[in-house]
Write a protein that binds this ligand. Structure first.
Ligand code: SF4
Ligand code: MSK
Length: 651
């Protein structure tokens, strides 16, 4: 589109997002001639063949495009069918998503090793109780041993998560016996993440694995190496180093930017950068420097998963989820944005330049053209973060006049780790999942749903997350959340205990008795591993079947956008959970590969995939699945009543 046409084009931002602050900033940006992903998505028509995964460019006899309307009418030059092509494309998404989480987890493990060995002084073991309990969970004897000795044994074991070439990853020991037996029967127990990702890439090369069912097996094995491997290590080691989350009252939204303070945002995924930034912004000499520059202080906020990590550890405010990362720059009030890895839009670099915001990359893996790179080294982390704070203070002194901060602030309770759920239900001395299981069995809680994942400009930001969750809790389904989704719900006010009034009678009674919201925020994307641990604990506690596939639970990523989400979906499905995605699904409906993921896997004892863009339909599918599991467990009882029709519910 020509520049002139682009300028004239008017968008209704209320169709693009339900976030009031983001709407306000999109309007400001439009009046100032800047565009964001919302406008780019409106102008960028998705390629229909690509959207259906009906093309292949795995070799140079192609690229080959099949007919997505008639997928079996053609094959690739090599003869590859639509099922092979789509399965290989899907496999590479799983490999990429899994690699992202496992590389993050390995960084945390490297940090843990060097802290243990005294090579890194700026971080320490914060949660010794957690260190011991993680060690015990994988069979390490801890009694009578000092914390360093246990830590060394734990490190040696967890390193196998990545590097082991044969055997089973250490956290396989946490998997319920019947689920593990199923994995063993199908050859799915991951060896080490590096091996699984390597094999996945090999098998999806031209001319290797050309049987979609066999490709799906390696998809599951690779994804499980993420969920029960790389991601789980990232979560557990982050808790050991930085503290296991506990409920904190914390603020979410752009209203937490402060006009009279130096505003610094950390965006990305790895908690070490954020932890060091917390130390820097509290350094008296830097606070004094900010005051000398005319600011009343330094104001630190998080975004995306970096922000989700510290909501529950420190109660640091969160400025917004993925689709608000550009909008926040448009305020003009952000003096510095420091990013590390994953979900960082390249457009942030140019946009920051437009508003005079200092934009910093910090990780050697992720440089962005136009950004200032200040490399973060774990051995000397403050060199990076002090430097960024100093440059943010300089920018504060030269803030442009066109600053506009939205007023909206939303308070909620964040930081429900698996350990805290255990404690809150049973107390310090008899912490257990028994009360949760009992309330599920007696029907007060119908089941548990994980609603997670990104926001995506192809759908109205936050809308699908919020409408889905409202419908689930109204039907007595307890909701647990990670990633950007929890920020959508926090902005909708559903993370306050008084949101229990929106829940059905049974769930409301439980929430009011315990004093919790009906929607529990568990952390960042890697913290989906907390949901896996909670599922394993529900099975171990008893009364809800012998495997994760027996539980009355379901999962959803209604506004996902990343390959990490595909990998997360696959590890939940392989673990036994019905998992529904929104936005789009990269497979042609009706093909054999599609049928295998959406029906076949469940018949083999796994979970299955689902898809719909309608939040009420998504809730209906999840609730029906939960009821199917309740029926099989013989605990339908009073839950056995007619669901409202879609029409009733809409009205
Ligand atoms: Fe085409 Fe086969 Fe090469 Fe893919 S691998 S690009 S389908 S010839
Ligand atoms: S940050 S993967 S947009 S949840 Fe983890 Fe948010 Fe999705 Fe990134």
């Amino acid at each position: 589109m020509s520049e002139e046409k682009k300028k004239k084009k008017e968008y209704n931002f209320r169709d693009m997002t339900t976030c009031e602050s983001t709407i306000q900033m999109l309007q400001k940006g439009a009046s100032e001639g800047v565009e964001t992903a919302f406008q780019r998505a409106a102008e960028m028509k998705a390629c229909p063949i690509g959207a259906d995964s009906a093309c292949c460019k795995h070799c140079f006899m192609g690229p080959c495009r099949l007919n997505s309307k008639d997928p079996y009418s053609k094959v690739g030059v090599c003869g590859a069918t639509i099922d092979t092509i789509a399965a290989r494309n899907f496999a590479r998404m799983v490999a990429s998503g899994g690699a992202s989480h496992t590389d993050h987890g390995m960084t945390m493990l490297d940090l843990f090793r060097d802290v243990l060995r005294g090579k890194i002084q700026d971080y320490k073991i914060t949660d010794e109780v957690k260190l011991r309990s993680v060690a015990e969970s994988i069979g390490i004897e801890t009694e009578g041993k000092d914390i360093r000795a246990v830590g060394e044994e734990l490190y040696a074991e967890l390193e196998r998560t990545y590097t082991q070439v044969e055997g089973e990853i250490p956290f396989a020991k946490r998997v319920p016996a019947k689920t593990l037996e199923l994995w063993r029967k199908h050859g799915l127990v991951p060896r080490g993440a590096m091996r699984e990702i390597m094999e996945m890439m090999h098998r999806s090369h031209m001319g290797v694995d050309q049987d979609y069912e066999n490709i799906v097996k390696q998809c599951s094995r690779t994804a499980l190496a993420d969920g029960w491997g790389g991601s789980m290590v990232a979560t557990e080691i982050s808790d050991i180093l930085f503290g296991t989350p506990k409920p904190h009252v914390a603020g979410v939204n752009m209203g937490y930017l402060k006009e009279d303070q130096v505003n610094i945002i950390v965006h990305g995924h790895e908690p070490n950068l954020f932890e060091s930034m917390i130390a820097s912004v509290n350094d008296p000499s830097l606070v004094e420097k900010a005051r000398a520059a005319g600011a009343s202080g330094i104001n630190l906020l998080g975004m995306c998963c970096s922000g989700a990590e510290v909501l529950g550890r420190h109660g640091i405010p969160h400025a917004g989820n993925f689709m608000s990362t550009e909008a926040v720059i448009v305020t003009g009030a952000v003096d510095a944005m420091a990013v590390d890895v994953q979900c960082i839009m390249q457009a942030l670099s140019n946009l920051s330049e437009c508003y005079g915001t200092k934009f910093f990359t910090t990780n050697p893996r992720a440089r962005i053209d136009g950004a200032t790179h200040v490399e973060f080294h774990e051995h000397t982390p403050r060199e990076c973060t002090d430097n960024i704070v100093g440059m943010a203070i300089d920018r504060y002194q030269r803030r442009p006049a066109r600053v506009e901060i939205p007023h909206r602030k939303d308070l909620g309770v964040h930081g429900f780790s698996h350990e805290y759920v255990n404690y809150m239900l049973g107390g310090t001395f008899r912490g257990s999942y028994t009360p949760l299981n009992e309330n599920i069995i007696n029907g007060r809680i119908r089941g548990v749903a994980g609603v997670v994942g990104c926001t995506n400009p192809r759908v109205k930001q936050d809308y699908v997350h919020v409408e889905l969750v409202k419908e689930l809790i109204r039907n007595n389904v307890l909701v647990v959340q990670t990633g950007c989704s929890q920020i959508s719900l926090a902005k909708a006010g559903l993370m306050k205990p008084d949101a229990a009034v929106l829940a059905g009678d049974g769930l409301r009674e439980v929430c009011e008795t315990v004093g919790i919201p009906p929607v529990l925020s568990l952390g960042s994307c890697v913290d989906n591993s907390r949901i896996l641990i909670a599922c394993a604990e529900m099975v171990r506690t008893g009364g809800l079947g012998d495997s994760i596939a027996d539980l009355p639970v379901a999962g959803a990523a209604p506004e996902y956008m990343s390959e990490k989400a595909i990998c997360i979906g696959q590890y939940f499905v392989a673990s036994g959970v019905y998992t529904i995605f929104g936005v789009t699904f990269p497979i042609i409906e009706g093909t054999k590969f599609h049928q295998h993921l959406f029906e076949g896997l469940e018949k083999e004892g796994f979970g299955k995939w689902g898809f719909t863009t309608d939040p009420l339909e998504m809730a209906r599918l999840m609730i029906s699945h939960i009821d199917k599991k309740r029926q099989a467990l013989g605990i339908m009882g009073e839950r056995e009543r007619k669901l409202f029709s879609m029409e009733d519910r809409r009205s």
